[in-house]
Design a protein around this ligand. Structure first.
Ligand SMILES: NC(=O)CCC(=O)C(=O)O
Length: 264
């Protein structure tokens, strides 16, 4: 499976401008690299304009869901459509959407861990369901959102359910870029799966974001890495045999002793 990740800057509080920007990029990227699956960053329609979200968030995933479905069908490409601010039953969630190349909504996930350092808990509600594995073109994948990267318990479940690759959509600040890089490698090594991340660049409200989107293989080697301050596209084909090979060479999943683990 070939992935393209759009490490983009975001027009704050202007969903229409961001949709136009993404539509133009997808058009060009499909011509350039013909990916199977496209990945966008966290909160890419609005950025962290938290006090404005009541007026500009999606309503029950619309219009973003329809927008992504149209792009998927038009370009015959799967869309891991980053995440968006999304109103449901009077609450606002940070919701990731996954659309297959036929335009079906395959999966959606509300960010479980809200990030205090960016004031999310004051404006957003946390998801009430754990992340689950889904399939695109027969590949088992998981998706989580930014701060979720710090919680190995959430991600371990995806590995146990057979995920071959984990996609993380993000607006991760430059101030903690060392954690960002290290934790991606840790999640890849401990779960023996690919970890692909799509982070924004640029700044909003005094916070500069890190870029540095990455693809780490199941051995922990970083295969590609975006720069810190520039819009970039990361393009990569995954060798899924490597997941099987690493799990055979270092068989942690058969060595586990779950009866002795205490989680809460
Ligand atoms: N958008 C986020 O969830 C940022 C997470 C973050 O800043 C951190 O974990 O550090």
């Amino acid at each position: 499976m070939k992935f393209s990740m759009y490490q983009m800057d975001i027009h704050p509080g202007d969903p229409e401008a961001n949709r136009q920007k993404v539509a133009a990029w997808v058009e060009a990227e499909v011509k350039r690299n013909n990916p199977d699956t496209i990945v966008l960053p966290e909160m890419w329609t609005t950025a962290y304009t938290l006090s404005e979200l009541d007026g500009i968030a999606d309503d029950e995933r619309e219009p973003t869901e329809s927008f992504l479905k149209e792009l998927a069908i038009k370009h015959n490409v799967n869309m891991i459509g980053g995440s968006v601010a999304n109103k449901m039953n009077g609450k606002v969630y940070n919701t990731a959407l996954v659309i297959d190349r036929k335009g079906n909504l395959v999966y959606h996930y509300d960010k479980v861990h809200l990030v205090p350092m960016l004031d999310e808990p004051a404006y957003l509600s946390g998801g009430e369901s754990p992340a689950e594995v889904f399939e695109l073109d027969g590949v088992k994948l998981g998706v989580v959102i930014c701060y979720d990267l710090r919680f190995p318990e959430l991600i371990r479940w995806l590995a146990l359910e057979g995920a071959q690759a984990l996609v993380i959509v993000a607006e991760w600040p430059l101030a903690r870029v060392d954690h960002w890089r290290t934790l991606q490698r840790a999640r890849a090594i401990e779960n023996q799966m690919y970890v692909l991340t799509c982070n924004r660049i640029g700044a909003y409200d005094g916070v500069e974001f890190a870029g540095t989107s990455m693809v780490t293989d199941p051995w922990g080697d970083v295969l590609v890495e975006g720069s810190q301050g520039k819009e970039e596209t990361l393009s990569i084909s995954l060798d899924l045999e490597k997941v099987k090979q690493v799990r055979e060479d270092v068989p942690i999943f058969t060595s586990r002793v779950p009866d002795l683990y205490r989680y809460s």
